[in-house]
Ligand binder design. Sequence first.
Ligand code: UDP
Ligand code: MG
Length: 330
Amino acid sequence: MVQNKNTAVYLSVVIPVYNEEECLETMYQRLTAVLDKIKKPTEIIFTNDGSKDRSSEILKEFHERRPHQIRVIEFNGNFGQHMAIMAAFERARGEVIINLDADLQNPPEEIPRFLKKYEEGYDYIGSIRDNRKDSYILRSLPSKMLNKLRGKVTDIHITDQGCMMRLYARRIVDLITQCDESSTFITALGYRFAINPTELVIRHDAREEGESKYDAYRLIRVTFDLFTGFSMAPLHVFTVFGFIVSALSGLLVAYMIGRRLIIGPEAEGLFTLFAILFFLVSVAITGIGIVGEYVGRIYEVVRKRPRFLIKEVLDTEPLVQLDTVKRKEK
Ligand code: UDP
Ligand code: MG
């Protein structure tokens, strides 16, 4: 068993929070009820990702209720779900780390099933949303298509990339926090480092309060994080397409020269030419865009600015239980 920083926390539950004031109290009640049944020391780390509602005060109050168990990281702005999880990973003390959404779409009651699988020897336990309760056209269908595409162009084989409820062994979290990427996709990164990964089908509930923090633009951005972070395929496809089009254009030029010499110049087919031209120009622009996605991410890393800014951390040393102290002394 790996012990971190001289404490004996068994499980750290990591929860990113962005404008979730309506969900937090129910989350607290349901989660602490589950954790209280686990006979080993546990902790909860909330990262407040620059919420503009009352989430910050509510989290502070949670910390006051259970100062030794609940820790809060306050971001100075909105840095995104993955960075919020990253900051909590950096501070998690547990032998096992589980990530949950704050909106209760992943039921905390599923935690014991994850722990049971961990005890069977798995180090990364992913999840598949059973009967997903999100809009089909806007979320589930595009997500299914992207999952398929990702399976083809990256070597990340997770069934449901968007479901964040996952268990990570200490070793994987340590490797994830060593990665300096400014934009990354935690679930895929964890899978990359896993030795013995598995997946569980878990219940998925509809969001009861508040609304999804992902609009179409944000979804596109995180999808690019996933693809650029784990695959060069977009660049390769583009280069291969460039080669094929160049070869075909070469043939066309040769044909036109021949035709001009034998039959004479031709002036018809002007709009066909425009159509082809517009198509190729738009492909070239897309290509510049794809290259830009990679270059932008390289730029962020080269600049070496901090990936997120922490305003405050509410933290009290966990109470190390007597029996664990005794065990250590032996
Ligand atoms: N979240 C966050 N920062 C953001 C967006 C979301 O910390 O910029 C959190 C949010 O509070 C929630 C989780 O990430 O706990 C998942 O967000 P949401 O439920 O909106 O995503 P969806 O379930 O619609 O995919
Ligand atoms: Mg949600």
